[in-house]
Design a protein around this ligand. Structure first.
Ligand SMILES: [Zn+2]
Ligand SMILES: [Zn+2]
Length: 99
């Protein structure tokens, strides 16, 4: 690891496709609304995907699982509450299929 006084950037790239799951330009008026895939699923789901540390976008998580992610896969963590910054894909997975 290179030793540096630079602040360590938090990387949240998808392990499989390299998509930045939390894109942000850090500039004023940054438009990351609807572009974040920050979520938390239960450990067993994460393990089933063969994951330990790291991040996956929803698409790659589902490819690894071989199925669609369902609302029950998400933990009750505050991070999973609906927010305007999440992608439509992620939002749809957290919505119950039928009332
Ligand atoms: Zn991905
Ligand atoms: Zn931003």
């Amino acid at each position: 690891m290179p030793r540096s006084t630079r602040s360590i950037e938090m990387k949240t790239l998808c392990l499989d496709c390299g998509m930045d799951t939390t894109p942000c330009t850090q500039s004023r008026g940054c438009r990351h609304t609807g572009r974040w895939e920050m979520y938390m699923v239960y450990h067993r789901v994460w393990q089933a995907a063969g994951m330990g540390k790291g991040f996956l976008c929803i698409g790659c998580l589902e490819r690894r699982l071989g199925r669609r992610v369902v609302p029950e896969d998400f933990t009750k963590a505050p991070i999973n509450r609906h927010a305007s910054w999440e992608t439509e894909r992620l939002a749809s997975r957290k919505r119950p299929a039928s009332p």
